[in-house]
Each structure stands twice: as structure tokens, then as C-alpha cells.
Design a protein around this ligand. Structure first.
Ligand code: DON
Length: 430
């Protein structure tokens, strides 16, 4: 069978292909000359399956989409506190190239606007490292996110550098406040090279999936950045990645995202998928017109909005039943899906409501596919309390989905690893 997903992606791509509104980025001559009709979409799941349609192998410069990744590298290299000293995390509500510096300190509001990204770029490498070393580290870092060696488009780089007056002004301002400590001209040169790295939508989808996957690359399996850094980056993308359209974006699309003036647009849905689109005509915020449309369709059709909370609590208890056997009575709670805080709370509430008076209480966790630490601790606490009430508590867990099943002081929890063993204990047909 052929997967229906590429056909679906082609369908939504075709539905917005006719829209030729918007303009290519005019302030960078090479981008103003790009083929405006290019159109592509790619998805990468957190387990590394890539679906791509349209001009999926066309290369374009990453531009501002580099910002969240270089921010991640700065956080990983310098640590949170030193990075936050230089760049804030508040949305500016202003355009990407606005000055948006805090009045007293000169600290850029966030790392997604140009001011913040220029400051972030200067943080890469050991303090005092030369511009070349910094640029190499940035290129190596972006390549690690992509899982392949990326290259710089020298023509776009030269073209942007020639017209980078505003970024140079920003960098000089940052230097005057002591936010950047190196030569502002060199820093803008490096930042512009960072923006001139060539990618495809496939690369961007994979890079986004790495963020969505807690910093672990979906195919190389390399932990590129820590889960804590990935969380920070996704948070800032959510509040500031779409600049002065961030509120509109988060309410209509609801995926942490970043756009670039070459026409790329990237979204990372935590724990699920990385998405990327490419279409060079931009709206007044500097976002790809058809890219925004494609993301809106994906969100609506696939329920990708971050705030569309599935109801995990309703599903965690598959069955609760009581039976009598020759060795006494048992109550069985059969769990399924994911055990996190909200689902463990549902289990705890059900146990409280059922108030088992049976000799034995059995938790069948065979159908849980994921146990978060908080869920593990909560379930074990439920077991501990039942045990202290005098119930014999049994965990049916043949795959060891509940790690370290020790319920704590004074309590006993028996783990059985097969239904046969359980039947032997409870003498009932499970
Ligand atoms: O610094 C600039 O202006 C460009 N290299 C990047 C701007 C950008 O991509 C804005 N995002 N949509």
C-alpha cells in the first residue's frame, strides 16, 4: 500500500498554489531575484520518517530560521544565565528588524528578532574566539540539527552584506551597550553568513523534528542539545518566532514556529512532528504567504494546534472490574496509553472513588505505552496507600513499562510478569 500522506500534502499544496500574492524580500537583491513560484512542504516525524512534496529538493537560504537553532547552541555553550544576561525572552510585538532593545540595559527583547539574533551569534564559541571559529561552530551546529553538512550560499551572503546597513546599526548599538563585546562589523558578517546557509524543506523538517524530539535527532539519534534547551527554544519560538504576528499565529496555527525571508517556514510540534514549507512571496511581516496558508490547513486538518488538548484522562482507564476467586476477591484497574500527571490523577481519583475493599488490587499496565516520571511516582504512591490499608497490591507488567516499581516505606508491591502467573495468584480468568 502507498502511504496516503504524500497525496494529502500534495492536495493541500495544490489548493494554495494559485495564490501569487505577496512579494519576495526586496532588501536583499539576490532574494528579490529568486524564482517566486517554488512551493514545497515536508513533514518529519520524531521517529525520523520524512514526507516531502513539491520542490522538496530546492535549496534556499535559511535566513531567520537559523535563529532558534543558534540560540539553542548559545544556551548549550554558555548556559542559561549568561545567555539571558545578553538576550531577553519577552515578545517585542515589533517587526523583525526593529531595534526593540530594553531602554536601560540595551538588551534585545528576544533572540528571534534581528537584534537578539545578532547578540546570540556573538555568544557562540569561547569568549574572545575569532569570527572564523564562531562561523564554523555555527555551521557545524546547524549541520548537526540537519544531520548533514550544510553550506553557505556565497552569492546571497555577499548580496545581503552589501545592504546590511540596518543590522550594522543594530550591532553598533549593541556594542555601545556592551551586549556584544566583539567588533560589530565582524559579528554582522558572521550573522549574515549564518542566515546564508542553504537548506531544503526536508532539512528544515528534520531540524524542526529534532527540536520537537527534545533535542535528539530523529535519524542520527545524536542528542544535539538537551531537552531543557529544546524546551526553552520552543517556548521562545511560541511567543516570538513570528514577530509582530505571533499572537495571530499562535491562535490560528498554534505550532511553535520560525519564518525566514527567503520563504522558508518551520514549525515544531513537541513530541510529534517537524513541519516545513517553502514559498518565496512574503506578507508584510516577512512570512511566506503560502507557507502560512499551508500551516493553517495542516493545523485544521490534522488537529496540530498545541492547545487542542487531547483528553488523555478519559482514556487511561480501559477497564475496572471486580471478581471473586478461590484465593479471595480482586479489583483490577487496566491502564492504557500514556501515564503522566493528568492521567495518573484520573487513576488516583478512580481508586479513591472505587475505594476497593477486595483482598487484592491489581494494576494491569500492559497497555501503557509511555510512563512519565510523575506518573510512575503517583501510581506507586497509590499502590503504597492501598498496601498500607491492608490490600495485597499487584502490578502486571511483563515489559517493565513501569521502571523501579518500589512503592516506598512500609508498603509491598508484587510485580508479576505474565498473565499465567497472575491467574495462579488470583485464580481467575484474566
Ligand atoms: O537579518 C536579516 O534581515 C535577514 N538575514 C533575516 C531576516 C528574516 O529572515 C526575517 N524573517 N522572516
Amino acid at each position: 500500500m502507498k502511504s496516503p500522506i504524500p497525496d494529502y500534502l500534495s492536495g493541500i499544496m495544490d489548493s494554495c498554489a494559485a495564490d501569487v500574492s505577496g512579494e519576495r524580500a526586496a532588501y536583499i537583491p539576490e532574494l528579490a531575484a529568486a524564482d517566486p513560484d517554488r512551493l514545497a512542504v515536508a513533514l518529519c516525524t520524531v521517529d525520523g520518517v520524512v514526507y516531502a512534496v513539491g520542490d522538496a529538493d530546492a535549496e534556499f537560504t535559511i535566513q531567520s530560521i537559523s535563529k532558534p537553532f543558534v540560540y539553542a547552541l548559545a544556551l548549550a555553550e554558555r548556559g542559561f544565565s549568561s545567555t539571558l544576561d545578553k538576550v531577553g525572552v519577552e515578545p517585542s510585538g515589533d517587526a523583525f528588524n526593529d531595534f526593540s532593545l530594553e531602554p536601560d540595559t540595551g538588551r534585545p527583547r528576544n533572540p528571534m528578532i534581528n537584534a537578539g539574533a545578532i547578540a546570540t551569534h556573538s555568544l557562540i564559541g569561547e569568549p574572545g574566539a575569532g569570527a572564523e571559529e564562531r562561523q564554523e561552530r555555527v555551521l557545524a551546529g546547524l549541520s548537526a540539527f540537519a544531520g548533514r553538512r550544510l553550506e553557505v550560499d556565497e552569492r546571497v551572503f555577499a548580496s545581503e552584506l552589501e545592504t546590511a546597513h540596518r543590522n550594522l546599526a543594530l550591532a553598533h548599538m549593541l556594542r555601545s551597550y556592551g551586549i556584544i563585546e566583539d567588533d560589530p562589523v565582524e559579528v554582522v558578517r558572521g550573522y549574515t553568513r549564518q542566515c546564508s546557509v542553504l537548506v531544503t524543506v526536508r532539512d528544515l523538517a528534520v531540524m524542526a523534528a529534532t527540536l520537537a524530539n527534545g533535542g535528539r535527532h530523529p535519524t542520527t539519534d545524536v542528542q544535539v542539545i538537551s531537552a531543557r534547551v529544546a524546551r526553552q527554544v520552543l517556548s521562545v519560538m511560541t511567543t516570538s518566532g513570528m514577530y509582530d504576528a505571533a499572537g495571530d499565529w499562535v491562535t490560528t496555527v498554534g505550532i511553535p514556529a520560525k519564518s525566514g525571508v527567503a520563504g522558508g517556514l518551520l514549525g515544531a510540534l513537541p513530541g510529534q512532528v517537524g513541519v516545513a514549507t517553502f514559498s518565496p512571496r512574503l506578507d508584510k511581516h516577512g512570512h511566506s504567504v503560502r507557507g502560512v496558508q499551508l500551516f493553517r490547513r495542516l493545523t485544521d486538518d490534522m488537529g496540530m494546534h498545541l492547545m487542542e488538548i487531547p483528553s488523555p484522562g478519559q482514556a487511561v482507564l480501559r477497564k475496572v472490574r471486580t471478581f471473586d476467586g478461590p484465593h479471595g476477591s480482586s479489583m483490577v484497574f487496566q491502564l492504557q496509553g500514556r501515564l503522566g500527571f493528568t492521567t495518573a490523577e484520573v487513576v488516583a481519583r478512580e481508586v479513591v472513588e472505587q475505594a476497593p475493599t477486595t483482598d487484592r488490587v491489581i494494576f494491569d499496565v500492559e497497555l501503557l505505552y509511555k510512563v512519565e516520571e510523575v506518573g510512575r511516582v503517583m501510581l506507586l504512591e497509590v499502590c503504597r496507600r492501598l498496601s498500607l490499608e491492608g490490600r495485597e497490591v499487584i502490578l502486571l507488567d511483563s515489559e517493565g513499562v513501569l521502571p523501579n516499581p518500589v512503592p516506598g516505606s512500609g508498603a509491598t508491591l508484587k510485580v508479576v510478569t505474565s498473565r499465567e502467573e497472575l491467574i495462579g495468584l488470583a485464580s481467575a480468568d484474566q
